[in-house]
Design a protein around this ligand. Structure first.
Ligand code: FAD
Length: 455
């Protein structure tokens, strides 16, 4: 029976990060995956979608080139070529990751695994035993009970494999994945309608960000239906036909179901081994321990934000915890979040509503409009930086909207996690002309000394 210090079930962001860090710390590691190393993020999530978004940006640039005095003609999208470019990006990263795993002497086992004792995973009839075990089996795209995924009704998994641009699409769900695909398809020339049952798009974000995104999407010609629930859909040779609860009907070529992702943790022996679970999620304490000694869980199978970088952090955390390094716990609220679309939305820390619930009238909010930022003017983007702070205290939330503003989340997460006060950031220097400069300007204003802004 092969044995190791650590057996990891699932080779996605959480599992492989744990394997790499554990190997770095001198542990022997067996990493098991039934599919390709790299998981959802690399093969069906973050990376392929961001490649599509980049192609979408190139299409928009070509279409809008005249405004910049550049003569170019947008003739259309060659989807097989876009997919080729995307697959090239994924392929190079996949190769690099395989090389990393190999160079750190991690044993990769291909096959579906099942937990058969608290320290043993069985794969293809062989049992692998670890001093510790990490469960990192990720998540799957959910649908609604009445909505079967087939033909014209698809999740992000199938949508990523399309070799054509649909003429008309209904996107069911205005969360991160829904708005991302809506943005890509609109830039590729499709007629897009987003149906979101809650009153606003990206409902987990600060309301000001939702409103700004909705305005920008409407301006781009994306149709929005918010606050009315989806009722049913049928499909035939002519298309897909959806009905909302108020009786509205919508017709399109495709319906993308983007209603969230569920934990991929059922039927793998977890319950049988006594692992505490709730509605399919594996429960962990703040040090990512399950209730069974020696068994940890990482990434999307644990309740909370479903983000690749949370998975990486979980994986590293578990390896260091087992290695006795006492790693730092980061609360989910302080994990940076980026909604990738045009324009981008990014945030870290508390929303204004959350801050007011916690700090009451000690909450102070400042919104810096990108209209005063040179680089944003050059790019032709609108948006803002909204800072949420405590009077005479730290900045507890940063919310960003605008083209490319996701890139600014790096500094924002340092500000919030290091509990910086506005004056700390105001006294530092931000390069001109960058969009990052807007971060400096917002803090100058919040510290009571605005430069290119009104108080
Ligand atoms: C369309 C889309 C876009 C996204 N974009 C972003 C983004 O831009 N940024 C971001 O941070 N996050 C993004 N995400 C989310 C991100 O992909 C996930 O949060 C991340 O992949 C979770 O990592 P994980 O390791 O928990 O799970 P996964 O990456 O899902 O990996 C789990 C692995 O476990 C394997 N597995 C499952 N069951 C078994 C078994 N029984 N035996 C063996 N192996 C098994 C699977 O094959 C898989 O490889 C996106 C997701 C989607 C769907």
């Amino acid at each position: 029976m092969p044995a190791a210090d650590l057996v990891i079930l699932g080779g996605g962001s959480g599992g492989y990060a744990c394997a790499l860090r554990a190997a770095e710390l001198g542990m022997s590691v067996i990493l098991i995956d039934k599919d390709k190393l790299g998981g959802t993020c690399l093969h069906r999530g973050c990376i392929p979608t961001k490649a599509l978004l980049h192609a979408a940006e190139v299409a928009d640039s070509a279409r809008e080139s005249d405004a910049f005095g550049v003569r170019a003609i947008f003739e259309g999208i060659d989807m097989p070529k876009v997919n080729e470019y995307r697959d090239g990006v994924v392929g190079r990263l996949y190769k690099g990751l395989q090389g990393l795993i190999k160079s750190r002497n991690v044993t990769f086992v291909e096959g579906a695994g099942r937990l058969v004792s608290p320290n043993t995973v069985e794969v293809n009839g062989e049992q692998y035993t670890g001093k510790n075990v990490v469960l990192a089996t990720g998540s799957y795209a959910r649908t609604l009970p009445s909505l079967e995924i087939s033909g014209r009704i698809m999740t992000s998994d199938e949508a990523l494999n399309l070799d054509y641009v649909p003429e008309r699409v209904i996107v069911l769900g205005g969360g991160v994945i829904g708005v991302e695909f809506a943005s890509v398809w609109r830039s590729f020339g499709a007629d897009v309608t987003i149906v979101e049952g809650l009153p606003r798009l990206i409902p987990n974000e600060d309301e000001a960000c939702s409103k700004a995104l909705e305005r920008a999407f409407r301006k781009r010609g994306i149709n929005l239906s918010t606050g009315i629930k989806f009722a049913s859909a049928t499909q035939d040779a002519a298309g897909v036909h959806a009905t909302l609860e108020d009786g509205t009907t919508l017709d399109a070529d495709l319906l993308l179901v983007a209603v969230g992702r569920g934990p991929n943790a059922v039927g793998m022996g977890f319950e049988e081994q006594g692992i505490a679970m709730e509605r399919g999620w594996v429960l962990v304490d703040e040090r990512l321990r399950t209730n069974v000694a020696g068994v940890y869980a990482a990434g999307d199978i644990t309740p909370g934000l479903q983000l690749a970088h949370r998975g990486f952090q979980h994986g590293i955390f578990i390896a260091e915890e087992i290695g006795g390094l006492n790693p730092l716990v980061i609360a989910d609220v302080n994990i940076p979040r980026v909604t990738y679309c045009e324009p981008e939305v990014a945030s870290v820390g508390l929303t204004e509503v959350e801050a007011r619930a916690k700090y009451g009238d000690q909450t102070k909010v400042y919104e810096y409009n990108l209209g005063g930022n040179g680089k944003s003017q050059i790019l032709g983007t609108a948006g803002f930086i909204k800072l949420v702070s405590v009077i005479d205290g730290p900045v507890v939330g940063v919310h960003l909207v605008g083209s490319r503003m996701g890139e600014q989340i790096g500094e924002a997460q340092l500000i919030v996690n290091w509990e910086a006060h506005p004056e700390d950031i105001a006294s530092l220097i931000h390069a001109h002309p960058t969009q990052n400069e807007a971060m400096g300007e917002a803090h100058l204003a919040l510290a009571g000394k605005p430069l290119h802004a009104h108080a």
